[in-house]
Design a protein around this ligand. Structure first.
Ligand code: 4NP
Length: 155
């Protein structure tokens, strides 16, 4: 059986979902879990760009290197390729469901549904200050641990 695959999705694929990709990949590696991990955006504004400098800086301050990641847009075959399609907010879920074939929509989940958080969504930090990027990383670290626990139990 091939290893489970996880696609993280936000709007731009330069702040939240690449952070989730980098954090989740590092945590999976630390646990010795073999997973296929990627991220993408529902919009294609920044295609080919590296993650936002602010996301990179905050992530690096906690030991996650996002510098080699490249932005891309969600594509049609992502819905069949990935086992879990994990959205950062409800707008992402809505956009994904509009594009996804009905029989594959069960793969689309809200990331913080896995966490025990006061937040329902990972808020978009793009137009805010550094504190917003720290909050994004806090939420992503917690939800990653919870989702990895679930995948580990399902092994
Ligand atoms: P992300 O943040 O969805 O977490 O990558 C955003 C990045 C860029 C834009 C919006 C949100 N933008 O409007 O360019």
């Amino acid at each position: 059986m091939s290893s489970p695959s996880v696609l993280f999705v936000c709007l731009g694929n330069i702040c939240r979902s690449p952070t989730a990709e980098g954090v989740f990949a590092q945590k999976a590696k630390q646990r010795g879990l073999a997973l296929s991990i990627d991220s993408a955006g529902t919009a294609g504004y920044h295609h080919g760009a590296a993650p936002d400098k602010r996301s990179q800086e905050v992530a690096l301050s906690r030991g996650y290197d996002l510098s080699r990641l490249k932005c891309r847009k969600v594509k049609e075959d992502d819905f069949s390729q990935f086992d879990y399609i994990i959205a950062m907010d409800n707008a992402n879920v809505k956009d994904l469901k509009r594009k996804c074939p009905r029989e594959l929509q069960h793969k689309i989940k809200l990331f913080l549904d896995y966490a025990n958080s006061d937040f329902e969504e990972v808020p978009d930090p793009y137009y805010g200050g550094k504190r917003g990027f720290e909050l994004v990383l806090d939420l992503i670290e917690e939800a990653s641990d919870c989702l990895l626990d679930k995948l580990n139990e399902a092994k």
